[in-house]
Write a protein that binds this ligand. Sequence first.
Ligand SMILES: Cc1cc2nc3c(=O)[nH]c(=O)nc-3n(C[C@H](O)[C@H](O)[C@H](O)COP(=O)(O)O)c2cc1C
Length: 336
Amino acid sequence: MPDLTTRYLGMTLKNPIVPSSTPLTRDPDAPLHLEDAGAAAIVMHSLFEEDVRNDERMIDRFLIHPDAFGEASGHLPFSSGYESKLDRYLAQIEYLKGRLGIPVVASLNGDSLSGWVELGRELEAAGADALELNAWHMPGTVFETAGGVEDRYIALLTELKAVVRIPICFKLSPFFSALPNFVRRAEKAGAAGVSLFNRFFQPDIDLASMTVVDRAQLSTSADGLLAMRWIAILRGQTSITLAASGGIHNAPDSLKMMLAGADVTHIASSLLLNGPSLISQMLHDIEHWLVEHEYQSLAQLKGSMSQRNHPNPSAFARSAYLSAIDTFTPPAGVRY
Ligand SMILES: Cc1cc2nc3c(=O)[nH]c(=O)nc-3n(C[C@H](O)[C@H](O)[C@H](O)COP(=O)(O)O)c2cc1C
């Protein structure tokens, strides 16, 4: 059997299939089923800084200063046994660490210095093996600059690195003006890896109700091509972990990401659609493909089609766009 081991954030994993952050890790049993099916590590659902701050405000209002509410305080929604989202998250890390043999990566979605630093410290103390930072600041005004947003991310990472010892992975959005340079800066500031990319759920407008609606939209395999291109470009220019996230639904999707240079492949949509058996099926199919193509290990294959190793480096560059345009042919029967 081929050797499927791979490196992820300084850890050795038994294979490259890592469920990414989804609500599945809120469930007491689902993570155990993911491990049974062969998952090599697990990234937890995110702890959102906004939720933690909101809890803090409520606790302060209703528990610490209840007198301000007079008689109404008897009807307040909290008792002193109230468990905050942070308490629940920390308890879930401890529970998973007690039940799973695979690494548990905590996920933090925050936007402020105090959020990342204080919470990062708590997640480490609860036993997380690594920390995935969901770097998502939305520059909603015409005054914020790309450089300013990047500086902010790097400053947050630097502060966090000063207080936590576990490896840190940046989960990035695809919306960077110069992604390779940012990854280099993150590497220099101490990131152990980057996860490419976060998937954003875009608000939609419902014409019937004339409201803005939020819905989780699941991916298809075609969504993986964006991360595949950037991983191919980055491999060879960085030695930190490159984790592919987005559009990985089966063994071929995963193999292509690793040929481009990914160290691990995350799965979310496909796992939510198919359940844990997807993992064992993917591992079986990856092994079968490697045997059929005479690979002894994943390491042999990893990055062999990255931009640096590909005989035609422009395949991942701008010129690919020009040649792709020329491949378009009108569907049969359609006249313009
Ligand atoms: C229902 C759902 C919930 C998610 N929750 C989180 C989350 O809490 N934190 C996070 O960083 N990513 C979250 N994601 C994003 C996934 O971890 C993943 O990066 C993204 O969906 C792309 O992978 P996919 O194409 O396999 O779905 C969520 C995705 C889905 C579909």
